[in-house]
Design a protein around this ligand. Structure first.
Ligand code: 13P
Ligand code: SF4
Length: 309
């Protein structure tokens, strides 16, 4: 415990000296969330990265999140504590595949989930997150949209917009959200009859059917804080429970599946955050051409959010 406290002190000191900011996703380890300047979902973290005046951004999340911050901040250092923190779903959609679909459906607009590689984003019309997928699809001046890589979010956007959505690849998925099972959630509901069920749209549609609320990680957080209920069954990666328990300590939070752990998100540790700040490693590097092509669809999404404030 003392060693952890010392490490936290050292991180705070380095952060002040180097004018750095630490951004952490809702799935990060509790101690990383506690040391971060901001904790949030992909949309909030992108907004934070776009607005910060810090010289260094330490991004505790997976690669596509840090890459998005780098695309928005070509004049700043964007660092990731462990460069092996990759999102397997993002890797399911190589840029070549986006080009192939684009040739096949030349009239369709392309909306990419933020969980995609920067090279793939360079070919899309707009980027979205789980918090605004339907809204972004609705903004496209076309009745057909190519959407990837998550097939479940594609289905979700189709359900909410009524537009024709063509998923690419056909079966892109998150290996963590695939773990939830409808029957075990029904059993949990029977055990906790007063609890609300909250689910991420990356889950299979059969899970949304038994949920009271479907939304991004921060939307689930907001829903729990605003709700009168005192029990919640949470169908997303278990990291979100730290924030929920901390900020609504009177309620109980039950993971819909306690083994729903994103190993990539958990690669960052306090020790690695310290080394990242001390040695200014690992810097996110992207080719300038990719940066300039990927910036527009990301900024399109952020501008929509800004106009709603
Ligand atoms: P959120 O944007 O909802 O935080 O989701 C990110 C993610 O990777 C979900 O698996
Ligand atoms: Fe990617 Fe799934 Fe991990 Fe989110 S939880 S970062 S989608 S593997």
């Amino acid at each position: 415990m003392n060693a952890q406290f010392n490490l936290m002190e050292k991180i705070q000191k380095l952060k002040r000296e180097k004018k750095a900011v630490i951004l952490a996703h809702n799935y990060q380890r509790p101690e990383i969330q506690d040391i971060a300047d901001f904790v949030g979902d992909s949309l909030e973290l992108s907004l934070c990265a776009a607005q910060t005046d810090a010289k260094i951004i330490v991004f505790c999340g997976v690669n596509f999140m840090a890459e998005t911050a780098a695309v928005l901040n070509f004049d700043k250092k964007v660092l990731i504590p462990d460069r092996n923190a990759l999102c397997p779903m993002a890797s399911m959609l190589p840029a070549e595949l986006v080009r192939l679909y684009k040739r096949k459906y030349p009239k369709a607009k392309i909306v990419l989930y933020i969980n995609s590689l920067a090279e793939a984003k360079a070919y899309c019309d707009a980027v979205c997150t789980s918090a605004n997928a339907a809204e972004i699809v609705n903004r496209m001046d076309s009745e057909v949209a190519l959407f990837g890589p998550d097939v479940n979010l594609a289905r979700y956007a189709q359900m909410k917009t009524g537009k024709k959505i063509i998923p690419m690849p056909r079966y892109g998925f998150c290996p963590v959200h695939k773990l939830f099972n409808k029957n075990s959630i029904i059993r949990l509901r029977q055990a906790y009859p007063d609890a609300e069920v909250m689910a991420h749209p990356e889950c299979d549609p059969s899970i949304w059917e038994v949920a009271d609320f479907v939304g991004s990680t921060s939307r689930m957080y907001g829903r729990a804080l605003a709700s009168k209920a005192n029990g919640f069954i949470v169908a997303t990666e278990v990291g979100l429970l730290h924030r929920l328990k901390k900020d609504k300590s009177e309620a109980i939070f039950i993971p819909a599946y306690e083994e729903a752990i994103c190993v990539n998100m958990k690669l960052h540790t306090l020790e690695k955050v310290y080394l990242c700040l001390r040695d200014e490693k690992y810097k996110i590097r992207l080719p300038p051409k990719i940066i300039s092509k990927a910036r527009e669809p990301i900024e399109f999404m952020l501008k929509i959010r800004e106009t709603q404030r």
